[in-house]
Design a binder for this molecule. Structure first.
Ligand SMILES: [Zn+2]
Length: 279
């Protein structure tokens, strides 16, 4: 896809299954199970969508998926088929060494896991050896000092090597990281969760991260059980979706398995809807 002079590609690290109750929070299963049919263990199928942005001569990657280093137990719980991001980059003609920046929406393992991998000797190393890795300081603090509720989503092996390699940059609030490429703090899912907006020639594209993981989460009250601050998610969704309709944003969803790209619509009763577009 072309947004002004930026080239934008949807990439994927693979698929996982996640508990449907966790993914839809207080929404009754009878409402979500038609949209996302669960397996016999109540898990719904998610894709690990990442985005490649080529802007200002830089190759910028948004999120990294789960990666390939998880143990058998974790693979089993989440039915992981992951670690495909480097190959998908290769299909777009890029080697990991050619990535200049990696932006994390947040450091949960399904977004940061692909940033590190184990070499043949079993040692951890950074997947993108030349890239600066950007995350909000607030999310870094949560990831490195989680409470018992947030701890399950963070794996130190995903991000500790970035600091050791001096490839970590902590952001304090909204930051323009390349011409027209903005990291914008939303909070909600985690206190330091951020989205990325691409703003060029009067057009905007938005990667929502886990604030709105699929188009099925467009209803403002469809929040995840994993959201640490669900009321903040609702307020931010309403604000951003209202703008997305008015300004015709191209929106990109991180966990949508079928149609990760499209435009938000609004019905007369105020509810948000959706029109898929070509990825
Ligand atoms: Zn996620």
């Amino acid at each position: 896809m072309q947004i002004g002079d930026m080239q934008v590609e949807m990439l994927s690290d693979g698929t996982m299954r996640n508990d449907g109750g966790g993914f839809f929070g207080t929404v009754p299963k009878v409402l979500w199970e038609r949209a996302m049919p669960p397996d016999e263990r109540n898990r719904v199928n998610l894709k690990l969508n990442c985005v490649l942005v080529r802007a200002g001569g830089k190759n910028i990657l948004l999120d990294t998926g789960v990666g390939a280093k998880h143990n058998v137990k974790t693979q089993h719980i989440f039915y992981l088929d992951t670690g495909h991001l480097p190959a998908d980059l290769g299909r777009h003609g890029l080697a990991p060494e050619q990535i200049d920046a990696v932006v994390f929406s947040h450091l949960h393992f399904d977004h940061a896991g692909g940033a590190t991998q184990r070499d043949a000797a079993g040692s951890l190393r950074v997947t993108f050896p030349r890239a600066q890795h950007l995350v909000q300081r607030t999310d870094w603090d949560e990831a490195t000092h989680p409470n018992p509720r947030s701890a399950g989503g963070y794996f130190e092996q995903d991000f500790a090597p970035l600091r050791q390699a001096n490839q970590l940059e902590l952001l304090d609030g909204d930051t323009q990281i390349a011409p027209g490429v903005w990291c914008r703090v939303t909070g909600g899912h985690t206190a330091g969760h951020q989205i990325v907006t691409l703003e060029v020639d009067g057009r905007t594209a938005c990667f929502f991260g886990d604030l709105i993981p699929t188009p099925h989460h467009l209803p403002v009250h469809y929040t995840q059980a994993y959201d640490l601050f669900p009321l903040d998610v609702m307020a931010k969704k309403r604000e951003l979706l209202t703008r997305a309709v008015r300004e015709q944003w191209l929106v990109l969803f991180d966990h949508e398995p079928e149609h990760p790209v499209g435009y938000v619509t609004q019905r007369e009763d105020g509810r948000f809807g959706w029109k898929a577009a070509e990825a």
